[in-house]
Design a protein around this ligand. Structure first.
Ligand code: CP3
Length: 342
C-alpha cells in the first residue's frame, strides 16, 4: 500500500502544499484545560518531561483536539543543562532557574551521558510515533547552543541576555568552549530522537535577536551549523527547521549558514521580506501569538494575509513564537478553519 503523506515532511522537501500544513509552537501547554489537568498529576515540570505516560498524553492532547499536521515532543530545551547536572528547576510563576556556570566549571564541563539521563524522553518519542496518526509528522527538538548558554550563564531568564553577552565579550575562548560542548550534546540528543522515531527536528534559538551581526555569525550560526553537520553525518536524511527568533536581516544568510531545510520566522518579520526568504526554500511562521488571545477580525485578517503572501510557496503555517497561557482554545479552532478553508 502507498505510504500516507506527511504534509510537513513534503514542505520540508521544498514542495508547496495547499492548504499549508499547520502546527503551533508550544501547542501542548497551559492554554489547554486538559494540559493543566495532567500537569497537576506531575510533581514538577521536569517530572512531566521525564514521565513517558504523561509526556505522551500532553503531546497527544492538541493532536486529538485540533488534528494538527505535526506533533512536537513534549520536553524542554533545558533538559540538556539538566543532564549536565546544572540543577535545573522550574519555579511556579518564575520560569526556569539553574546554577550559574563559572569560568572554571566551563573548563571542566563534559558531554553528558544522554542515554542514561534522558532515557525517558527517548521512550516518549518512540511511543509517540506508534500512537500518532500516520499522516502526523513527529518533530523532535533542541535549543540552539546560544540560547541554552544564556540560561546556563545567567542561571535564569533575563530580558536581554546581558550576562551571556558580557561573558562572551570578556571570555570569548571559554564561551566558545561552552557552546561547543552544548552543540556536541545537542547533536547527540537529536540523533537519539531521530533513532527513536522523530521525523524531523527543530532547533530553537529564542534569543538570537539580541546578538550583534558579528556575534550572530559566531554564536548563532556557527554552533547550529555544527549540530546540523554532525546530525547529517550520522543520519543524512534528517530534515531540520531552524528558528532564530528576532534575527531580522540576519535571516538573509541564515538558512544557508546553518544548512536548514526550513527557517522559522517570528511575527515581527515583514511579510515582504518573508516572501524573499521563501524563494530560497521553506519557511515556517509567523502569526503573532497574541492573536490567539485577541481573536476576531484581527486574527482573521492577519492569518489571511500570511496565506496570501506565503501560501503559494513552501509554507508550514505556525505562530511567530509559542502560544501563551492566555490564548483562547476557540481561536485556535478558528485559525484552523481559516487555513483549511473557512
Ligand atoms: O508544545 C510544545 O511546543 C512542546 C514543548 C516545549 C516546551 N518548551 C514546554 C514548556 C518546547 C518546544 C519548549 C521549548 C523551550 N523551552 C524554549 C524555546 C522556545 C521558546 O519558547 O522560546 C525555551 C526558551 C524554553 C525554556 C523555558 N521552558 C522557559 C523560559 C519556560 C518558562 C516560561 C513559561 O512559559 O512559563 C519553560 C517552561 C515550559 N516549557 C512550559 C511548557 C509547556 C510551561 C511550564 C508549565 O507548564 O508549568
Amino acid at each position: 500500500m502507498e505510504k500516507t503523506a506527511r504534509k510537513v515532511m513534503e514542505v520540508l522537501s521544498g514542495k508547496t502544499v495547499s492548504p499549508p500544513p499547520v502546527w503551533l509552537m508550544r501547542q501542548a501547554g497551559r492554554y489547554l484545560p486538559e494540559y493543566r489537568e495532567t500537569r497537576r498529576q506531575a510533581k514538577g515540570f521536569l517530572d512531566l518531561c521525564y514521565s513517558p505516560d504523561l509526556a505522551v498524553e500532553v503531546t497527544m492532547q492538541p493532536i486529538r483536539r485540533y488534528g494538527f499536521d505535526a506533533a512536537i515532543l513534549f520536553s524542554d530545551i533545558l533538559v540538556i543543562p539538566d543532564a549536565m547536572r546544572r540543577n535545573v528547576r522550574f519555579v511556579e510563576g518564575e520560569g526556569p532557574q539553574l546554577d550559574p556556570i563559572s569560568l572554571e566549571e566551563i573548563e571542566r564541563l563534559e558531554a553528558p551521558d544522554l542515554a542514561r539521563h534522558l532515557a525517558p524522553v527517548f521512550e516518549t518519542v518512540s511511543r509517540l510515533r506508534t500512537e500518532l496518526p500516520d499522516t502526523t509528522t513527529l518533530l523532535g527538538f533542541c535549543g540552539a547552543p546560544w540560547t541554552i548558554a544564556t540560561y546556563m550563564i545567567a542561571g535564569h531568564g533575563t530580558p536581554d541576555q546581558a550576562p551571556a553577552r558580557l561573558f562572551a565579550y570578556q571570555h570569548p575562548k571559554a564561551f566558545d568552549r561552552l557552546l561547543s560542548v552544548i552543540a556536541e550534546a545537542s547533536a547527540d540528543y537529536l540523533i537519539r530522537q531521530i533513532d527513536a522515531g522523530a521525523d524531523a527536528v527543530q532547533i530553537f534559538d529564542s534569543w538570537a535577536g539580541v546578538l550583534g551581526d558579528d556575534e550572530f555569525q559566531r554564536y548563532a550560526v556557527g554552533p547550529v551549523r555544527r549540530i546540523v553537520d554532525v546530525v547529517r553525518a550520522a543520519r543524512p536524511e534528517t530534515k531540520v527547521i531552524a528558528f532564530a527568533k528576532g534575527a531580522g536581516a540576519n535571516l538573509r544568510t541564515y538558512r544557508q549558514g546553518v544548512d536548514a531545510d526550513a527557517i522559522g520566522l517570528d511575527w515581527a518579520l515583514p511579510l515582504d521580506f518573508a516572501v524573499e526568504l521563501q524563494k530560497d526554500g521553506a519557511v515556517q511562521g509567523n502569526l503573532d501569538p497574541l492573536l490567539m488571545v485577541a481573536g476576531g477580525e484581527a486574527l482573521e485578517n492577519r492569518a489571511r494575509r500570511i496565506l496570501d503572501k506565503l501560501g503559494h510557496g513552501p509554507l508550514i503555517f505556525n505562530l511567530g513564537h509559542g502560544i501563551t497561557p492566555q490564548a483562547d482554545p476557540e481561536n485556535v479552532t478558528r485559525l484552523l478553519e481559516i487555513i483549511r478553508g473557512g
